[in-house]
Ligand binder design. Structure first.
Ligand code: AVI
Length: 319
């Protein structure tokens, strides 16, 4: 089935050396930082899946409920004979709701983890035998030339999970601009986490079971596993406050003592209380998100929110 319906394109794949270089560079900076894209090795992806099941992490179940409840309206926006292009596709779970409702001609999942993408695409192909599948192994943040496919009338981008929040506003606008170019005049369905009671946000990133703390510390565990670093995981604490002025949750690892760590043969000295910045998760109002989208040449044409106003699914159209 994969042979006839599926063409694989490989534009980029993750290399171990990227993590080593970014880690050494990030730890050498003041303040220190590690890019959040390195959370997602196999263990980090497992921990993130566990986060999505947590009672405190409302984002995943709220977005899934919105996709389920409004599938028919969303399908109308997508239109007939469409190609759905998913940016950072992961496990290909949520898209099934769109495939069932919109019955597109083609689906192009984009992900940087080539082996994983091929595994999950194979499973999807078995369940959707009439769908033209075009997995694209690439960094979805890059400018992506996606070749036109015969039989496709329009493109619909899909970027769920509020991943847009993990980009600073200027970078987010740049990313939305590149997506607009890749989609070639089509629409974009995007999940956006909304500004809300800071206590609710705080709980979502500081869960009682400590899964988010383990997810954060996995960056250090990954450095130990892959690069032979000697981080003592107990000597760093997870810290994730909501910064209301910047409208984002900020995630850090805080050194609990004065200590030295060796990474790739380089020694890094940490003062007690020193922070390593690991993630930002920006939150929006419908208006502030519409402003961001407008900077990238998009118009917020329709949006769906849950009754508590926690999360928004937005349909953007190219202007
Ligand atoms: C993937 N991203 C949208 C998640 C978020 O909420 O910013 C990552 C995450 N970090 C901690 N918990 C979840």
């Amino acid at each position: 089935m994969m042979d006839t319906l599926c063409t694989v394109t490989r534009l980029a794949e993750t290399r171990d050396s990227d993590f080593a270089q970014c880690l050494v560079e990030g730890l050498s900076r003041t303040p220190r930082e590690i890019p959040c894209k390195y959370f997602y090795d196999a263990e980090g992806s497992r921990l993130f899946d566990a986060i999505c099941e947590l009672p405190e992490y409302y984002q995943t179940r709220t977005e899934t409920a919105l996709l389920t409840r409004h599938a028919d309206e969303i399908a109308k926006r997508i239109g007939p004979q469409a190609e759905i292009v998913e940016f950072g596709a992961g496990a290909l779970k949520k898209v099934r709701l769109l495939l069932d409702a919109a019955k597109p001609h083609a689906y192009t999942p984009i992900d940087i983890s080539g082996d994983y993408l091929m595994d999950v695409t194979r499973t999807l192909a078995a369940d959707y035998p009439n769908l033209a599948l075009r997995p694209l192994v690439a960094d979805f943040t890059a400018a992506l030339p996606i070749a036109a496919l015969p039989g496709v009338r329009s493109r619909a981008g899909f970027f769920p999970g509020s991943t847009i929040g993990n980009f600073r506003p200027d970078a987010a606008a740049g990313l939305l601009r590149r997506m607009r170019a890749s989609l070639n005049g089509g629409g974009l369905l995007i999940g956006v986490d909304l500004i809300k009671d800071p206590a609710r946000l705080h709980a979502a990133y500081n869960d009682a079971a400590g899964v988010t703390a383990a997810f954060n510390k996995n960056l250090l565990a990954r450095a130990n596993r892959e690069l032979g670093a000697d981080f003592d995981l107990d000597a760093f604490a997870h810290y994730a406050p909501y910064n209301p002025a910047a409208q984002r949750v900020e995630m850090y690892l805080i050194s609990q003592a004065r200590q030295s760590v060796t990474v790739c043969g380089r020694r890094f000295d940490f003062a007690a209380g020193e922070a390593v910045h690991t993630e930002d998760s920006h939150k929006y109002t419908p208006d502030s998100f519409a402003d961001l989208a407008a900077r990238a040449g998009w118009r917020l044409a329709q949006e769906w929110r849950d009754a508590d106003g926690l999360f928004m699914l937005a349909w953007l159209e190219a202007v």
